[in-house]
Write a protein that binds this ligand. Structure first.
Ligand SMILES: *Cc1c(COP(=O)(O)O)cnc(C)c1O
Length: 398
């Protein structure tokens, strides 16, 4: 019998939807042609790609030729930052971002600082992970070339005031990029209404395939080619197109847009139910991220007196897949930069757990997970000398 598996790590990656796989399959087999070839059999793929570009542009309120396919979110983020920095600030310049961005943004900024002579302002966030539009405006300098603020955070789920930041960028005539990898297909986005000039997204975060994503680039934005070579993607990103990937991403975007309203409602209800049960039934915990301005599928808690890794291992034994912002999972000694940026002390950050719901998560799953979690947290605390001291101290005070 197959072991029960409850997958609550949809911010890390998602299951490719069966409809997506089905639509991709012919492009590996009978429709394998190179879209740049002249003969009809292959050239037909070019039209198929255009159709998928149209679908994605439609979801964002963008124009078809403003969508550039890439190999995923990290590439889109790299491209947006490096190529704008080059085009708009040849002799260096200033970039504004936040302390809670994905590493694809933060490490690219570090590179631009160290190698290209850029200066970067990393804005603080409040205790719920909100970037303040006033802080963005106050950080603007005469040489600021780019503002890059993520749409929604991948760890704590906080959704940023993108429209307000977009308006500020526009007022000061500065380019505005947003890493929307966690938001695209999950919440409504309109690039015109929100004043977005560039936007990154990735297929595998919205039930599409891995290794495909796109960068939206508003018409008129001067941005250099990221990959030099052939004429693909209007010469801005060369290389034979990942045709099956593009087909899959198009289908995933179409499905996500069609089901967005229902899914947001269903997932946010489940999310709030889970948050409410954990808050009520497990003592000494803290919800991380904004309680309201939050991705519909994100639940992130810190539990005092436990280690995130231990939680993950014990949950795994119950067939539950989740994630932690503690040290080992990130491969470094420090806990997640996001949890530190919202002001958590190291020991609290180490006891954090992220559970991200998906389209197939049920209330029964949530109940099972919370029941397991209650036992696991209690068992781990019973083994913790810190917890023992804490309990003794409390008894004395009473
Ligand atoms: C996953 C993720 C990325 C990276 O996307 P890939 O397609 O895996 O390269 C970038 N930013 C955010 C916010 C993410 O969640």
């Amino acid at each position: 019998m197959e072991k029960k598996l409850i997958y609550l790590d949809n911010a890390a990656t998602t299951r490719t939807a069966p409809e997506v796989v089905e639509e991709m399959l012919p492009y590996f087999t009978e429709r394998f042609g190179n879209p740049s070839s002249i003969y009809g059999f292959a050239a037909a793929n070019k039209e198929e790609i255009t159709k998928r570009r149209e679908i994605i542009a439609g979801v964002l309120g963008a124009k078809t030729d403003e969508i550039y396919f890439t190999a995923g979110g990290s590439e889109s983020d790299n491209w947006a930052l490096k190529a704008t920095a080059e085009a708009y600030g040849k002799n260096g310049g200033h970039i504004i971002t936040s302390k809670i961005e994905h590493h694809a943004i933060l490490h690219t900024c570090e590179y631009l600082e160290k190698v290209r002579g850029y200066e970067v302002t990393y804005l603080d966030v409040d205790e719920n992970g909100n970037v303040s539009p006033e802080d963005v405006e106050a950080a603007i300098r005469p040489d600021t070339v780019l503002i890059s603020i993520m749409f929604a955070n991948n760890e704590i789920g906080t959704i940023q005031p993108i429209k307000e930041i977009g308006a500020i960028a526009k007022k000061h005539n500065i380019l505005f990029h947003t890493d929307a990898v966690q938001a695209f297909g999950q919440v409504p986005i309109n690039v015109d209404e929100m004043g977005i000039d560039m936007l990154s997204a990735s297929g595998h975060k919205l039930n599409g395939p891995k290794g495909i994503g796109f960068l939206y680039i508003r018409k008129g934005v001067k941005i250099r080619s990221f990959v030099h070579g052939g004429a693909q993607e209007r010469k801005r990103r060369a290389g034979t197109e990942n045709v099956p990937g593009i087909i899959g991403l198009g289908k995933a975007a179409e499905l996500a847009a069609a089901s967005m309203e229902d899914r947001m409602k269903r997932e946010s209800e489940l999310r709030d139910y889970m948050i409410q049960r954990i808050s009520a039934e497990i003592p000494y915990c803290r919800l991380n991220g904004d309680p309201v301005k939050r991705l519909p599928n994100n639940v992130n808690f810190s539990f005092q007196f436990v280690e995130g890794e231990s939680l993950l291992i014990m949950l795994d034994m119950k067939g539950i897949c989740a994630s932690s912002g503690s040290a080992c999972t990130s491969g470094s000694l420090d806990p997640s930069h996001v949890l530190l940026a919202i002001g958590l002390p190291h020991e609290i950050a180490h006891g954090s757990l992220r559970m991200t719901l998906g389209a197939d998560t049920t209330k029964e799953d949530v109940d099972y997970v919370v029941d397991c979690l209650k036992d696991i947290v209690q068992n781990l605390r019973n083994m913790s000398p810190l917890y023992e001291d804490f309990v003794k101290k409390q008894a004395k005070e009473k």
